[in-house]
Design a protein around this ligand. Structure first.
Ligand SMILES: NC(=O)c1ccc[n+]([C@@H]2O[C@H](COP(=O)([O-])OP(=O)(O)OC[C@H]3O[C@@H](n4cnc5c(N)ncnc54)[C@H](O)[C@@H]3O)[C@@H](O)[C@H]2O)c1
Ligand SMILES: [Fe+2]
Length: 398
């Protein structure tokens, strides 16, 4: 750690069952007309209508953008921004998974700052004006995007998933209501749950970790490791869903302040080129990346192993670190995570872009935070290893 650390969080967070009921009151403090960024699934579940009715009760008008039908691109951002400007909306409310939240973050900043969203990548351009207020309401657990100053937007001209991070992208208000996640189907629960676990693990192993992020990352891991399988197998279990929402939020706070590492660096190019959902592509990489990193972070990995196996107090750090790797692998197996081959990615198509993926991963900066920083050649080898990675002794193809 350097001499000091920074902890950025949303100004206000509502957390708990029925926290959603506060959206109208919070919106009324921020403006008279809101743009709700959501998708057709949220609309069909009645969440969008519920949100609009709550706003109406508090005298806030609303417009709706339901065009987020995959992980966000610069085109969604341009479309939604046009609506915000045309309708003179004074605040943005995102209601959905990380895709809706990230779209809203981008338009909140671009509403008051000029340029293309990609200009803000890597701090090339800094948002100088305050964004329009943003209330973020996640329905997955999750990306933790409600607690991060990160937005991930695909550049459709070069197929790069741009990781854009600056304080202006932090939502003003996070409303974390686990009841909104009850409808999340099994595949989404698995993908988003492993994403949250990856955030906590990477924040804990990151070279930029510091004591405040460690506390959040460890707490998040405990919550996620003891509740993810229950939420996956029994989606109606409110206690498990609640713990997942809390763990996801804490993991978001941890990684936005400590950074993610190699898993996320390698995962974004897979998402951009093969349209694998973010959480699944993380899960395809996580065990192999931990195996690669292990020698450089035995003690920290041992702490993670002891969360998985808290009963065995006599484990050496070396053994506990191995428990962490094997337990993550086993968790992925139980969540039915396929490898890249099992997902249906053609081997030749994969070979054709593996060097581009390695280049884009390094360019994102995330691999540089890893306890063991890979060379370009090692990255290419790791991608190859993950292509046909076996989560068990018998290959599992779904
Ligand atoms: N900004 C950040 O800090 C951050 C962190 C991690 C990931 N991300 C980004 O977030 C995006 C992924 O977000 P995600 O994993 O939440 O998935 P998502 O937002 O893409 O949602 C996946 C699917 O699940 C559906 N869904 C969401 N909630 C549901 C619910 N409660 N009930 C039924 N269906 C529901 C959505 O409609 C969608 O079809 C990626 O683009 C990723 O790169 C951002
Ligand atoms: Fe993530």
């Amino acid at each position: 750690m350097e001499n000091f650390a920074i902890l950025r969080t949303p100004k206000t967070t509502y957390y708990g069952r029925n926290a959603f009921q506060n959206v109208g009151m919070e919106a009324a403090l921020k403006g008279k007309k809101a743009l709700i960024i959501s998708d057709k699934i949220m609309e069909s579940l009645g969440y969008v209508k519920d949100c609009q009715q709550q706003l109406q009760k508090e005298g806030v008008q609303s417009q709706v953008y339901l065009g987020v039908n995959s992980e966000p691109t610069d085109q969604y951002v341009a479309e939604a921004l046009n609506i915000l400007k045309r309708e003179q909306c004074e605040l943005v409310i995102s209601l959905g998974g990380g895709s809706c939240l990230d779209t809203a973050k981008a338009i909140a900043v671009l509403a008051t700052n000029d340029g293309y969203i990609g200009d803000y990548m890597g701090g090339k351009k800094i948002a100088e004006n305050s964004p329009v207020p943003h209330i973020a309401i996640p329905t997955t657990a999750g990306t933790g995007s409600e607690a991060t100053d990160v937005t991930v937007i695909t550049n459709t001209s070069n197929d790069v998933k741009m990781m854009i991070k600056q304080p202006a992208f932090m939502p003003d208000v996070a409303i974390v209501d686990p009841l909104l996640t009850l409808s999340s189907p099994k595949n989404v629960t698995a993908a988003t749950g492993v994403d949250a676990l990856s955030h906590a693990i990477e924040a804990y192993l990151s070279k930029k970790a510091h004591p405040m992020t460690d506390t959040l990352a460890l707490s998040a891991m405990k919550l996620i490791i003891s509740n993810l399988l229950t939420a996956y197998n029994d989606g109606e279990n409110v206690d498990a869903r609640e713990s997942m929402s809390l763990g996801s939020y804490q993991a978001g706070m941890a990684f936005t302040n400590a950074s993610v590492c190699l898993v996320h660096g390698m995962s974004r190019p897979i998402g951009a080129l093969f349209h694998v959902p973010h959480g699944i592509s993380n899960a395809m990489l996580l065990p192999a990346v931990l195996e690669f990193s292990k020698e450089a972070c035995i003690d920290r990995l041992a702490d993670i192993g002891r969360i998985f196996d808290h009963k065995n107090e006599s484990l050496s750090n070396e053994d506990a670190a191995e428990v962490a790797v094997q337990s993550v692998k086993n968790l992925c197996l139980q969540l039915n995570i396929p490898n890249l081959k099992g997902w249906g990615i053609d081997q030749q198509a994969f070979e054709n872009v593996v060097e581009k993926m390695a280049f884009d991963a390094i360019d994102s900066g995330s691999p540089g935070n890893n306890p063991k920083v890979p060379t370009f050649t090692e990255l290419v080898e790791l991608y190859h290893k993950c292509y046909a990675y076996q989560f068990s002794t018998e290959e599992k193809v779904i």
